[in-house]
Write a protein that binds this ligand. Structure first.
Ligand code: FMN
Length: 204
């Protein structure tokens, strides 16, 4: 009799466990879908703000090329390159760049360049920098990131790819020089990589 009660309790406990695991899995899936959807929206927004929608005739988000994990771009995981075309001709590529050594952690950027290696735009996709200090790299906090538009590896000269405080041409923030310094360094390093390996970005 006692054994029967114990085995029935065990069965109920097992069943409860299965139900809980099922519910957790379900919630995880819905949450994961939500995260994927919002990341997709953020990507779309960032892409459209650096490569205007009316400048290309293709669907950039779905015109991709694999970008394997890449030390020069600070990418620990495989990612994608998004290409902008007109009449089938690729004229720009947007790709992720991570500055691993931000003040509070990695800073993830989206960088778009044309075939000549000129920057079409940069957007900060995620970061952990301090509100009121390093977070002015975000385009909704300031237009700091817009100063890279039109720049390329030799414009300004390689030695000038620094904040003004270090003798370069880019603005720093009052009381926060570290964040801009490392963003500038990551962008310049990415431009050097793109110059050395244009095929990675522009081959079919
Ligand atoms: C709590 C705290 C948070 C800070 N956050 C940042 C930050 O996010 N980005 C940054 O560049 N500097 C930040 N700073 C300031 C840096 O420590 C440093 O003083 C500043 O970047 C100037 O660096 P420099 O003397 O090398 O030019 C922070 C300082 C404190 C005390």
């Amino acid at each position: 009799m006692k054994a029967k009660v114990i085995s029935r309790s065990g069965l109920l406990l097992g069943l409860a466990g299965v139900i809980v695991i099922g519910l957790v899995t379900l919630v995880y899936h819905f949450t994961y879908d939500d995260i994927e959807r919002s990341e997709y929206q953020a990507l779309l927004l960032a892409l459209n703000s650096i490569i205007p929608e009316d400048s290309h005739d293709n669907d950039i988000v779905n015109d991709t090329r694999d970008l394997p994990a890449n030390k020069e771009l600070g990418l620990k995981k495989d990612s994608l390159i998004y290409r902008a075309r007109n009449n089938g001709e690729i004229f720009a590529a947007a790709f992720p760049v991570t500055a691993p050594d931000g003040y509070n952690g990695p800073i993830k950027l989206l960088l778009a360049i044309d075939r000549q290696g000129r920057i079409l735009g940069v957007r900060v996709v995620s970061h952990l920098e301090t509100p009121g200090l390093g977070d002015r790299i975000e385009s909704r906090r300031s237009n700091w990131v817009d100063q890279f538009r039109g720049k390329s590896i030799d414009n300004p000269s390689r030695d000038d790819w620094k904040v003004k405080k270090d003798g370069g041409v880019f603005d720093q923030f009052t009381g926060a020089t570290i964040t801009p310094r490392i963003v500038i360094k990551a962008i310049h390093k990415a431009l050097m990589y793109a110059e050395a390996q244009p095929g990675v970005f522009f081959d079919e």
